[in-house]
Design a protein around this ligand. Structure first.
Ligand code: UFG
Length: 319
């Protein structure tokens, strides 16, 4: 298929674009490079630098059959400080992208959503039926997008699948995580192993979990990308599917730190800091729907594999 991949110069987008190319699709990447990197766009993809707000000029006449939409601002802390940016970029940008698609006759979209739409749920395993109650503007912006997609699909000639990612980790070949502002646990721990930071601060050890640190459902970026490949075949006009992407099991911050020690051989000193605002104790996905609706099975559920791949990537980049 001829596909437009927005955000294809970013961490997850570059892996998604690479996998779609490997599957024989024709890929055009649209990315404004606000967070992505030009050299992360896979060879074989056409690249257009620009915002999703201006997607009409890219879509017009290009013959796209579907859009894979990953471009978004995704920093929880930043979203609390600058909510308007998340409204403008994520919500309005996506609405304009969808308007352009519908005006120009492209009626299929796969969209990156997030576990952040569930907020701080009081269930052990999060299904797609779990109540949505985002606790920050980032999560709210993604929920607004999902709701808009439901309305558009139910109104008629539009097909959408929202993929709700849990904690994405690891790397795939030359594509990995290199944010300008790093906030995620595994890349920060690897920066300690590379000597770029003295220690890892653990944000709280008094949560109601077995070792007191937060539990998250880490999911390999290649498994995430493979779910997009599967989703491409599951799009149905008139229907909006929402699918969690996780392994269905969690690892604590302490367990991740131990995996980083085992993989890197670095002692990885840690210190206990205060809790980070808005961090739920446990976030673990049910992936039942992903299995049944997409025929997707995570192939790399071991957090050690994710750390190994991220470590190889970090060393190769000399990051
Ligand atoms: N953590 C630390 N120290 C650090 C960084 C993180 O202890 O230096 C802890 C966090 O408190 C959390 C866990 O490691 O318990 C994972 O934190 P990340 O920042 O790696 O990931 P989050 O779970 O906060 O974020 C993920 C996605 C977001 C999404 C969110 C939903 O990356 O996009 O889940 O809650 F919004």
């Amino acid at each position: 298929m001829r596909l437009l991949v927005t955000g294809g110069a970013g961490y997850i987008g570059s892996v998604v674009a690479a996998r779609l190319l490997e599957e024989g699709h024709h890929v055009t990447v649209l990315d404004d490079l606000s967070e992505g990197h030009r050299d992360a766009v896979p060879a074989g993809a056409r690249f257009v630098q620009g915002r999703i707000h201006d997607a009409a000029r890219v879509i017009d006449g290009a013959g796209f059959e579907a859009v894979v939409h990953l471009a978004a601002f995704s920093l929880v802390g930043e979203s609390v400080e600058h909510p308007a940016r998340y409204e403008e970029n994520n919500v309005l940008g996506t609405a304009r992208l969808c308007n352009a698609m519908q005006t120009l006759g492209v009626n299929k979209i796969i969209v990156s959503s997030t576990a952040a739409v569930y907020g701080e749920p009081d269930v052990a395993i999060i299904t797609e039926e779990t109540k949505t109650a985002p606790v920050n503007p980032y999560g709210s912006s993604k929920l607004a997008i999902d709701n808009d997609l439901s309305r558009r699909t139910h109104a008629g000639e539009f097909a959408a699948i929202s993929l709700r990612y849990f904690n994405v980790a690891g790397a795939y070949g030359p594509y990995g995580e290199r944010h300008r502002q790093e906030t995620h646990l595994i890349p920060i721990a690897l920066e300690v192993a590379l000597g770029k930071r003295a220690s890892l601060t653990i944000f709280g050890d008094d949560f109601p979990t077995p070792d007191g640190t937060c539990v998250r459902d880490y999911i390999h970026v290649l498994d995430i990308a493979n779910a997009h490949v599967r989703a491409m075949a599951a799009l149905e006009v008139g229907y909006h599917d929402i699918v969690n992407l996780g392994n269905g099991s969690g690892f604590s911050v302490q367990e991740v730190a131990e995996a980083v020690r085992n993989v890197t051989g670095h002692p990885l000193p840690t210190e206990i800091g205060p809790r980070r605002a808005g961090d739920p104790a446990v976030l673990v996905a049910s992936n039942e729907r992903a299995r049944t609706h997409l025929g997707w099975i995570p192939e790399y559920p071991d957090v050690t594999t994710m750390v190994e791949d991220a470590w190889r990537f970090a060393q190769e980049r000399g990051a």
